[in-house]
Each structure stands twice: as structure tokens, then as C-alpha cells.
Design a protein. Structure first.
Length: 93
């Protein structure tokens, strides 16, 4: 089987839309919209811990994920324990 077309060696351009991802989200939204009442009733029948567990799992589809960042610990990075600033005012006559 041979490849037909232009080979993309650079990958997808930064900022371009992921068509498959948006289609999957739209499909899930349509399923939930169509079964909203039945879905709500079944959620209400769950015990509290299961309700919270599934509710939080559903939020993943609505709220975007934040990227984690590493912040270095800067405690004790400053070479001095105490810094004093002296303000000198010079008056011109």
C-alpha cells in the first residue's frame, strides 16, 4: 500500500484545530442533551459518594485542564537573613 499525497514531516501546525476531538465532544454533548432527564433522574438515585465521583468525572468534559508547573523552592536562596536599607537625603541650597 503506497502513500498518496504530500507527506507532512513537520506535524500539525501550532494552534490548528483538532477535528476529531471537537467531533467527539459534540457527540457526547448530543447524547447528554438527548437523555438529560433520564440521566438526571439516575444521578439523583445514586448515593452521595457515587454522585460526587461521577459528577467530578463529568466535569472533565466541561472544564479545561490546567497544566502543572514546577516552581523552584526559593526559601534560603537569598544569601542574607536580614536586609537594611538606609535612605540618604541630600538637600541642595
Amino acid at each position: 500500500m503506497s502513500f498518496k499525497g504530500i507527506r507532512n514531516t513537520n506535524g500539525r501546525p501550532k494552534g490548528s484545530l483538532n477535528k476529531l476531538n471537537s467531533e467527539v465532544k459534540e457527540t457526547i454533548a448530543n447524547i447528554i442533551e438527548g437523555n438529560a432527564e433520564g440521566f438526571k433522574e439516575r444521578l439523583e438515585r445514586l448515593n452521595d459518594s457515587d454522585f460526587i465521583k461521577y459528577y467530578l468525572q463529568l466535569l472533565k468534559f466541561v472544564i479545561p485542564h490546567q497544566k502543572s508547573i514546577n516552581i523552584p523552592n526559593i526559601k534560603n536562596e537569598f544569601p542574607f537573613q536580614k536586609v537594611e536599607i538606609e535612605i540618604i537625603e541630600k538637600k541642595f541650597d
